[in-house]
Write a protein of this length. Structure first.
Length: 412
């Protein structure tokens, strides 16, 4: 039975299991239907002009990563929160509830082992999230307005509060027209939450690339280029010391008087890169040059542009999953900074993105049912390969034995 005061969903979120994922994208999957809204992958051809190059490049982009792509990856976050339904609940005391968050809904259960939902919220129905500072529920409470009804949640710590709010808001924004929209009010609250997770307490360190780049992160958020690595055509006048960026937990922008290679935006779930940094936040619906989705469980960045590779954290290394190099970190550096530096690398070599798109397209065309980026041989394939090798050995031995037999017979 559901608790009183919790609205019942008229329609459940369901997946159309009869639809198969497109062959040309590792992120694509069946269509998800949430009430009357359908989220589908839309591919468009758009022209992107790179300042360092004279001609335009055409790239195939996915405007909005489909929500069902995340559902394939399972639960994004789970854990316990104290939960209060509305203002008329019994004794008006939050009850401990186990929640699971995926790409399109937040579901509550009696405990971790309980399988039946006692409450669930479609992310598209969340209109506002507010931090309840100084409330009677403590310092780690937040409120969600769902279909006009207030629901209160109490986290166990400041970090726990920040992660729940940032992840709910980030996944919800994916269902909107722009992956960097936010329902957190007032807006400055989001910057403070991101700062508590990705700025405060980092003491600084160095970041090195396998392509001979080196950067230094300072505790005040300054990121300096120490060594630019292999120069690319058109960079004859670019000096490493002239590249300085500033970081505040959300935005990664060129410092004053610094050479500019673009600027970045981190939402806690998505990471984006813009070429014309002056318009990043004045036009919320403007297209980004690059965008990745961060899988918090696998600790990897999944590209919006399917022809690019994913990047995955292993200890203090951020490595490409398709042999495009790696970054190593010494010291205390926020993880998004390292991915921003890789985006700068992509920006410097935009022709590489175009070449990668063509290369992956050729691979996928020759093997349409296999994603080249994540392909590993199945047991059946390995077994078949073993049979082929064994058969070749048997045939070879047979030929050798027959040759020896004929030779002895001829000598007689």
């Amino acid at each position: 039975k559901r608790k009183r005061g919790i609205p019942r969903e008229e329609e459940k979120i369901r997946m159309d299991s009869s639809t198969t994922a497109p062959n040309n994208s590792s992120l694509a999957s069946p269509t998800v239907s949430t009430k009357s809204v359908r989220f589908q992958e839309k591919e468009v051809e758009e022209e992107i002009k790179v300042e360092s190059q004279s001609k335009r490049k055409k790239l195939t982009r996915i405007r909005s990563i489909p929500a069902d792509a995340f559902l394939k990856r399972g639960i994004y976050q789970n854990g316990s929160l104290k939960f209060l339904a509305g203002k008329g609940s019994l004794l008006n005391v939050p009850q401990r509830t186990f929640f699971r968050l995926n790409a399109i809904q937040l579901s509550g259960f009696k405990d971790e082992e309980f399988e039946r939902e006692i409450c669930d919220f479609s992310l598209t129905e969340i209109k506002k999230i507010s931090i309840l500072r100084g409330s009677k529920y403590g310092d780690f409470a937040f409120e969600m307005i769902v279909n006009g009804n207030p629901f209160t949640f109490v986290a166990e710590s400041k970090e726990d509060l920040a992660r729940w709010v940032i992840n709910i808001d980030g996944l919800l924004s994916n269902l909107a027209s722009n992956s960097f929209d936010s329902v957190i009010q007032p807006p400055e609250e989001k910057k403070e939450l991101l700062g508590s997770l990705y700025f405060d307490g980092f003491r600084g360190g160095t970041i090195s690339s396998s392509l001979e780049e080196e950067w230094r992160y300072e505790p005040n958020g300054t990121v300096r280029c120490l060594q630019l690595g292999r120069k690319i055509e058109g960079e004859e006048n670019l000096v490493a010391s002239s590249i300085v960026y500033k970081w505040d937990g959300e935005r990664f922008e060129p410092a004053e008087n610094s050479a500019s290679l673009g600027a970045g935006h981190w939402s806690g779930v998505f990471i984006g890169w813009y070429l014309d940094e002056g318009m990043i936040y004045t036009s919320g619906t403007r297209e980004k040059f690059l965008k990745y989705f961060y899988d918090i469980n696998e600790r990897e960045y999944l590209p919006e542009l399917s022809s690019l590779t994913a990047w995955k954290w292993t200890r203090h290394f951020l490595a490409s999953k398709f042999n495009e190099g790696e970054w190593s970190v010494e010291g205390s550096v926020p993880e998004p900074i390292v991915m921003f530096l890789q985006m700068i690398r992509y920006t410097r070599s935009a022709n590489h993105i175009h070449a990668a798109a063509q290369k992956h397209a050729e691979i996928e065309k020759s093997s349409p049912l296999i994603s080249a980026r994540t392909h590993t041989p199945s047991k059946v394939q390995v077994s078949n390969n073993n049979h082929i090798v064994l058969g070749s050995v048997i045939v070879g031995l047979t030929v050798v034995i027959a040759t020896l037999f004929v030779t002895k017979w001829w000598k007689r």
